[in-house]
Design a protein around this ligand. Structure first.
Ligand SMILES: Cc1ncc(COP(=O)(O)O)c(C=O)c1O
Length: 327
C-alpha cells in the first residue's frame, strides 16, 4: 500500500506504482549559498520513458481513469509540455489512448526536443496557435475522441486536478518519513516551481497532514492562467475534499497565508528563460551535476540563490524535471 493508502486504509483511493520511492535527498553544498539547502531528486522518479513530478500525479490519475470506465485521456499544455509527454508515455503503457491539445510557446532547443518526443509518444496531437483557439476547438476534440458515447477523461494543464495533486500529498508524507529517519532535517521551506499548481497544492496539504511545520514557496512560472496563493490553497482544499469524499478522515483547511506563491522570478512570460535562471541552471550542472531546464526548475533554484539567507532554512529544493535518454 502507498503511504496515503496506509494512512487511510479504508478510503477508496486507487493507485498504481509507476516509480521507485523514496526519491533520494542530499545536501547541496557546492552552490556557494549562505542558506542550508537540500535537494529532493524527483528527476529519478518514474520507471518509464520520462520522469519527474508528473509521474507522481499519474500514479493516481491512471487508475482513476480506469475506475471511471474511460479508455481515453484528453489533456492540454504548451508544445514543450512535460506533463503531456509523461501522460502520453505512461497512459499508453497502461491501456489508455492519450489525446493532447497543444498550444504554441516560445521555441528553444528544449522545446524542439520535447516536440520530437511528443510526436514519437503515441499520443494523438491537436496543435493550436493560442489558448483561445484551443478552447474553441475543445468540444470538437472531445466529441471526435469519444467512444460508445463516452467522453474522454479530461485533465487540466499539468494534471493539476485534485486527483493529480494526491501525488504530492503522498510525496509530503514521504518527506516526513525521511525527516523522521534522519535522512535530512525538517525543512523550514520547500521551494518548487509552479506551472499549474498541483505539486505545490499537494505538498502544502500533505505537509499539514504529516504534522510538519514546513512551508511551501512556489515559484510561479506560468502566466497563462491565475496562479497565486489563493488558487493554490483552493486546489489544496479541493484535494482535501476529494480525500473526504473517498472516505479519508481529513479535517484540514488551508488558507492563502499557509503558503507563498510568487511570480517574481518568471521573467517575461511562460516559457521565456531568465538570466538568473540560466545562471542557476549552469551552476547546478557544473557543481552538483543537476540537469535542470530553463522554464521551471532553473527559475526555482534562481529564487533560492537570490533570496539566500532571507529564506528560512533548512531549505529543500524539489528537482521536478525528469529527462530520460530517449531516441
Ligand atoms: C519540470 C517541471 N517542474 C515543475 C512543474 C510544475 O508543477 P505543477 O504543474 O504541478 O505546478 C512542471 C510542470 O508544470 C514541470 O514540468
Amino acid at each position: 500500500m502507498t503511504r496515503l493508502g496506509t494512512r487511510f486504509p479504508t478510503a477508496d483511493l486507487p493507485f498504481i506504482g509507476l516509480g521507485t520511492s523514496p526519491t533520494p535527498v542530499r545536501r547541496l553544498d557546492r552552490l556557494g549559498l549562505d542558506a542550508e539547502v537540500w535537494l529532493k531528486d524527483e528527476s529519478v522518479f518514474g520507471d518509464g520513458g520520462w520522469g519527474g513530478n508528473k509521474v507522481r500525479k499519474l500514479e493516481w490519475i491512471i487508475p482513476e481513469a480506469h475506475r471511471r470506465g474511460k479508455d481515453t485521456l484528453f489533456t492540454v499544455g504548451g508544445i514543450g509540455t512535460h506533463w503531456g509527454l509523461a501522460a502520453a508515455l505512461y497512459g499508453t503503457e497502461h491501456g489508455l489512448q492519450v489525446v493532447l491539445g497543444l498550444v504554441d510557446q516560445p521555441i528553444d532547443d528544449h522545446v524542439r526536443d520535447q516536440l520530437r518526443r511528443l510526436d514519437a509518444s503515441g499520443a494523438v496531437i491537436h496543435r493550436h496557435r493560442s489558448v483561445r483557439r484551443l478552447k474553441l476547438a475543445a468540444p470538437w476534440i472531445l466529441a471526435r475522441h469519444s467512444s460508445h458515447g463516452r467522453l474522454p477523461y479530461y485533465l487540466p494543464a499539468g494534471g493539476s486536478s485534485p486527483v493529480g495533486s494526491l501525488g504530492y500529498v503522498e510525496t509530503a508524507l514521504e518527506i516526513a518519513e525521511q525527516v523522521e529517519s534522519g535522512a535530512m532535517p525538517e525543512p523550514a521551506t520547500i521551494v518548487t516551481a509552479v506551472g499549474s499548481g498541483g505539486t505545490a497544492a499537494g505538498l502544502a496539504l500533505g505537509l499539514r497532514l504529516a504534522g510538519l511545520r514546513t512551508r511551501v514557496l512556489g515559484v510561479v512560472v506560468n502566466d497563462s492562467f491565475r496562479l497565486d496563493a489563493v488558487t493554490v490553497s483552493r486546489l489544496a482544499n479541493r484535494t482535501a475534499e476529494l480525500l473526504r469524499t473517498r472516505g479519508a478522515d481529513v479535517s484540514i483547511e488551508l488558507g492563502p497565508d499557509d503558503l507563498v506563491a510568487s511570480d517574481r522570478w518568471m521573467g517575461e512570460t511562460y516559457g521565456a528563460s531568465t538570466p538568473a535562471g540560466v545562471e542557476a541552471l549552469q551552476l547546478a550542472g557544473r557543481t552538483e551535476g543537476l540537469e535542470l531546464e530553463p522554464v521551471y526548475t532553473a527559475k526555482a533554484l534562481g529564487a533560492i540563490r537570490e533570496l539566500g539567507s532571507e529564506l528560512a532554512g533548512p531549505v529543500l529544493f524539489l528537482q521536478t524535471h525528469g529527462p530520460r535518454a530517449m531516441a
